[in-house]
Ligand binder design. Structure first.
Ligand code: FAD
Length: 573
C-alpha cells in the first residue's frame, strides 16, 4: 500500500511528539511508532527535566551551559549547549501551560531537586535544577504531549515499524514501514522525514532501556548513506538494580541518597571531593567499578549499595514512590529499611545521527541532506558531548524537537516531492524473503544474547585495544551468522520473531560501529575510558568521530568541536 504525506515523523517519544506540535493545521502529517505511542521509552523517565528556573536557590542559564559542556568533557558543541540552557525555562513553562503536573513548592512555584553534575557558580556546589513530577516525570510529559497530538488530529500509525529509508539523488523520497498486525509493507512518499526513534541500549545485556530501543532508525540512516557521530560514547548509569539493570533514578541521590562500598564506607569523597555522589555519571560509574575491582564490592562481589534509609518512608513515598515500588517488586526490599544492591547499567547513547541546531541531518561533508531531520536520542547535535548530564535529555527533546518542527514547517513550502522509483519496496522485500526462506539453523534470541555478552565484556566503561579488537572480531563473526538466521514463525500478522530478526541486524550493525569508533579514539574522555590511554588528549582528540559506510567496511573521519566560551580545562568534581 502506498501513502502520500507532506511530512512523516517516525517515533512518538517526546522528541517526535514535540516536533509534531509545530505542524500547521491542514498539513498532511503522519506519525509512525513501532510501539503504542505512550509506551515509548520517554514514558520511563523518572528523575526530571533540567532548567535554570532558580526556584529553590539562585541559578542561571550560563551555569547550566557550563555544566553541560563540562559534563560532556568538552566534546559538547557549545552553541548547542547555549541554546539548550537558554531555552530551558521557556520550555518548562510551555509544558506547565499544556498541563504537566509538576511537583510544587509551598509558594506554588515548580519544585526542583539536585541532579548529578548540575552546579551553581561554575562548579562550586550542587544546585537544585531538576523539575519533576515525583519520579514519573517522563510519564506525565509523554501523556500530556500525546493528548495534545490527539487533540490536533494527527494521523498516527501505531505499531508500524520503519524498515527502510528511501533517499533519491541525495534527498528524502520516502520510507517503508511494516504493519505489525498484518505484516503488510507500506510505502510512505514524503517530502520531509523526521527520525525520532530513540536510543539503542539493547546492544548491551545490562540496560535500563525498554525492549523497543534497538536503534533501527539510526542504523537504517547509516545504511542509507548518512554518517554516525560519536558512537563510542555510551553512558552507563551508576545505579541499575544489580543483575537486572532496571534503573534507580539519580533522583534517589538528588534527594540525598548515597553510595556505600562493601566496607560500609561512603567512597565518592575519594573520587569527587566537591559534589561527591552527585558527580557526573561517567565519574560515579567508574568509581563504583573501581571499588568493585579493588575488592570493595559487597561481600567482595560486583555491586555496591545505595543507601536511602535516612530519607525516611514519608519522603520516599512522596518523591521516590515508583523507585520504591521497583525495589519492592524486583528485590523484595524496603528502601527505608534496607540497603539496595546496585551496579552500572547501559543507559543512554550520546552518539547518533549528526544534525545542526535545527535538526537537519548532516552528510559526511557537513552539508545538509534535504528533507531529512533527526531529533532526540537517535540524533547527535551534539549537546551532550562525551557524557550526558541527568535531566538534560528530556530538555533536549522538547527544546530541539520544537526547533526541528519549526524548521520543517519552513521547508514544507520550499521542497518539492521526489518521485519514488517503482522498486521502492524491493530491497526490503528481498531482506524479508531471505529471512523467511532461510534454511539456516541460527536462532535470533541466541545470536542476540551472544552479541550482548560480547558488548558487555568488551564495550563497557573500561576499554582497551586488545579487548576492543577481540570484541570487534566476535561481533563481525556474529554478523556473518545473521545471514543464517532462521525465522520459524511463518504467520503474516503479529510475527514478533520476524520483527526481532530485523532488529537484530540493526543491533549487530550498531555494535560494530560502537567498537570501531571506540578503537580509534586513543584517549579517555567522558564515558569513553581507555585503560591503555587513560588521559584526555585535547591536542589530538578534541574532535567528533564520524563513521560512514564504505563497501570495504566502516570508515572513520572527524569533525571539529564548536567552542564558543569555555576553553577545555581539567574536569574535576
Ligand atoms: C529508565 C530511564 C529513565 C530515564 N530518566 C530520565 C530522566 O529522568 N531525565 C532525562 O532527561 N532523561 C531520562 N532518560 C533518558 C530519556 O528518557 C531518553 O533519552 C528519551 O526519552 C528519548 O526520547 P526520544 O523521544 O528520543 O525516544 P523514545 O522516547 O525512546 O521513543 C522512541 C520512539 O521511536 C519509535 N521507534 C523506534 N524504532 C522504530 C521503528 N523502527 N519504526 C517506528 N518507530 C520506531 C518508538 O516506537 C518510540 O515511539 C531516561 C531513560 C531511561 C531508559
Amino acid at each position: 500500500m502506498t501513502h502520500r504525506y507532506d511530512a512523516v515523523i517516525v517515533g512518538t517519544g517526546l522528541a517526535g511528539l514535540r516536533a509534531a506540535m509545530e505542524m500547521p493545521p491542514g498539513a498532511r502529517v503522519a506519525l509512525l511508532s513501532k510501539v503504542y505511542p505512550t509506551r515509548s521509552h520517554s514514558g520511563a523517565a523518572q528523575g526530571g527535566i533540567a532548567a535554570a528556573l532558580g526556584n529553590e536557590e539562585p541559578d542561571m542559564p550560563e551555569w547550566h551551559t557550563y555544566d553541560t559542556v563540562k559534563g560532556g568533557d568538552y566534546l559538547t558543541d557549545q552553541d548547542a549547549a547555549e541554546v539548550l540552557a537558554a531555552d530551558g525555562p521557556r520550555a518548562i513553562f510551555e509544558l506547565e501551560h499544556l498541563g504537566v503536573p509538576f511537583n510544587r513548592r509551598p509558594d506554588g512555584r515548580i519544585a526542583q531537586r539536585a541532579f548529578g553534575g548540575h552546579t551553581r557558580d561554575f562548579g562550586a556546589a550542587p544546585v537544585k535544577r531538576a523539575c519533576h513530577a515525583a519520579d514519573r516525570t517522563g510519564r506525565v510529559v509523554l501523556d500530556t504531549l500525546y493528548m495534545e497530538s490527539v487533540r490536533r488530529g494527527f494521523r498516527v500509525f501505531p505499531e508500524f515499524s520503519l524498515v527502510d529509508i528511501l533517499l533519491r539523488e541525495g534527498r528524502v523520497a520516502g520510507l517503508v514501514a511494516m504493519e505489525f498486525a498484518t505484516g503488510e509493507l507500506h510505502v510512505f512518499e514524503t517530502r520531509l522525514l523526521l527520525l525520532a526513534t530513540g536510543g539503542f541500549g539493547r546492544v548491551y545485556r545490562t540496560t535500563s532501556n525498554c525492549f523497543a530501543n534497538t536503534g533501527d532508525g539510526v542504523y537504517l540512516a547509516y545504511r542509507a548513506g548518512v554518517p554516525l557521530q560519536d558512537m563510542e560514547f555510551v553512558q552507563f548509569h551508576p545505579t541499575g538494580i544489580h543483575g537486572l539493570g532496571v534503573l534507580i533514578s539519580e533522583a534517589a541521590r538528588g534527594e540525598g541518597g548515597f553510595l556505600r562500598n562493601g566496607d560500609g564506607q561512603r567512597f565518592m569523597d575519594r573520587y569527587a571531593p566537591t559534589i561527591r555522589d552527585l558527580a557526573a555519571r561517567d565519574v560515579v560509574s567508574r568509581a563504583i567499578l573501581t571499588e568493585i575491582r579493588e575488592g570493595r564490592g559487597i561481600q567482595g562481589g560486583d555491586c555496591v549499595h545505595l543507601d536511602l534509609r535516612h530519607l525516611g518512608s514519608e519522603r520516599i513515598s512522596e518523591k521516590l514512590s515508583e523507585i520504591a515500588s521497583f525495589i519492592r517488586i524486583y528485590l523484595g526490599l524496603d528502601p527505608s529499611n534496607d540497603l539496595i544492591p546496585v551496579s552500572p547499567t547501559c543507559h543512554y547513547m550520546m552518539g547518533g545521527i549528526p544534525t545542526n541546531l535545527d535538526g537537519q541531518v548532516r552528510a559526511a561533508d557537513g552539508s545538509i541532506v534535504p528533507g531529512f531531520y533527526a531529533v532526540g536520542e537517535c540524533a547527535c547535535i551534539s549537546v551532550h558531548g562525551a557524557n550526558r548530564l541527568g535531566c538534560n535529555s528530556l530538555l533536549d527533546l522538547v527544546v530541539f524537537g520544537r526547533r526541528a518542527g519549526q524548521k520543517m514547517v519552513k521547508d514544507l513550502s520550499l521542497l518539492d516531492r521526489t518521485e519514488l522509483s517503482s522498486k521502492s519496496e524491493s530491497r526490503i522485500h528481498g531482506r524479508m524473503k531471505r529471512l523467511v526462506e532461510s534454511r539456516g539453523e541460527v536462532r535470533v534470541p541466541d545470536l542476540r544474547s551472544r552479541m550482548q555478552s560480547v558488548m558487555n565484556r568488551y564495550g563497557l566503561a573500561f576499554r582497551s585495544e586488545p579487548g576492543l579488537r577481540q570484541g570487534l572480531a566476535e561481533i563481525r563473526e556474529l554478523a556473518e551468522q545473521c545471514a543464517f538466521v532462521k525465522v520459524e514463525n511463518r504467520q503474516r500478522g503479529y510475527n514478533a520473531e520476524l520483527m526481532e530478526a530485523l532488529e537484530l541486524e540493526s543491533l549487530l550493525g550498531l555494535s560494530e560501529l560502537i567498537l570501531v569508533s571506540a578503537l580509534q579514539r586513543t584517549e579517555s574522555r567522558g564515558a569513553h575510558y581507555r585503560e591503555d590511554h587513560p588521559l584526555r588528549n585535547d591536542k589530538d582528540w578534541l574532535k567528533h568521530t564520524l563513521v560512514r559506510a564504505r563497501t570495504e567496511g566502516p570508515e572513520v573521519i572527524h569533525r571539529p568541536v564548536v567552542i564558543t566560551r569555555f576553553e577545555p580545562k581539567e574536569r574535576v568534581y
